[in-house]
Design a protein around this ligand. Sequence first.
Ligand code: 4AD
Ligand code: MG
Length: 439
Amino acid sequence: MTTLPDTFPPAARIQDLTSKIGQEVTLQGWLYNMRLKGKLAFLLVRDGSGICQCVLFQGDVPPEVFEKAKSLAQEAAIVVRGTVKADARAASGVELAVKDLVVVHQGPEYPIGPKEHGPDFLLSQRHLWLRSRKQAAIARVRHQVKRAICDFFDGEGFTQVDAPIFTPSACEGTTNLFELEYFEEGKAYLTQSGQLYMEAAAMALGKVYCLGPTFRAERSKTRRHLTEFWMVEPEIAYCDLNGVMDTAERFVSHVVNYVLKACPKEFQELERDTSKLEKIAAPFPRISYDEAAAILKRKNVPFVWGDDFGAPQETAVCSEFDQPVMVHRFPAEVKAFYMKRDPADERLALCVDVLAPEGYGEIIGGGQRADDLAYLEAQIAKHKLPKEAFEWYLDLRRYGSVPHGGFGLGIERTTSWLCGIEHVREAIAFPRMLYRIYP
Ligand code: 4AD
Ligand code: MG
């Protein structure tokens, strides 16, 4: 780094400046924007933790420093020294009266200006777009979502176990697998879900969860689908569908509350009306698939009994409630091979989807797992899955099989809902979608 003159005090971060009023500090950052007014230059400096207005008065700094400041390009890397002053009008609550400025790097004109840009352009500039206020706020919310997740499960006695990314078999159907050659072992796949491995880990540790990337070769271009997304998957031994739903509602309430507390500035930056989020609290309404079907019928949403829900059906159902709604017991035919049947109605699976309010749709899929060996063997055959690849999984039903269940929550869908953004692609730093692998 450019060596700073001895007169520069140790660096401070913008987020900590309110506790340093009256002190002289050094800020290390980038020029977000600048306004000139006679003998004053107003520099908006960002340092990753916030944005601070830094005011240069021509009479306060050497003439060459004022000239240097006037010629700065957007995103020039700069270090400023100045005194922190309280300023009630500023979002950060402070501003800096600048005494000195060092230019660390000055580049050509920055490609992303203050004018509006289309999503395609911004996505191809994603490596730079991340520096904008709104995108940085979303990144911080996502970070707190992940902290909230670990905080909840760690607090309830779960052990975090990491699931593999290379897998020998499918978990969520064979139509959206990313396939690759694995040395002499033949075909392998990128994981669609860590669930099957968490089932094994739950039999070892009782309550476990994994948090990591998962992959689906989805040929869909919706605002809810990525080809690479992050999922948290808890799995619990000695647990039935009701237990899964109890955990899911406590968990979602905790995540929402935690993030609301951690991110007031971010929600303000995103202009998110948080009043609806503040009302989120367990218990959540629980309705059966049949009850959801009746809502769709009443609302004239095209739908036939037996079908899975798509985005229009989810949106229609979840917009009926101001809490997340848990839709349970879908027809087994449209759900994954591992689900346990409902003993009260063999057509149905003991599963649950949690739909977020405000039209955000499914954020959780889960349920109780089939625990009977013969039934699972039949399901594997029916779904034309290679039995050899599942022998280890079947072992879990051979040795000490117990009722168990769990769920998966998508990090990007949850972050989008909390941030109130349109598309999941902004809820991850580098989204992977059907037509996008760059940058
Ligand atoms: O409903 P899904 O497919 O369930 C499972 O994968 C189970 N094995 C989870 C479990 O029981 N352990 O996916 C779970 C969640 C969805 O509700 C959604 O939030 C997210 O993962 N998700 C996606 N998010 C973004 N893009 C996609 N293509 C997604 N597919 C699923
Ligand atoms: Mg699902």
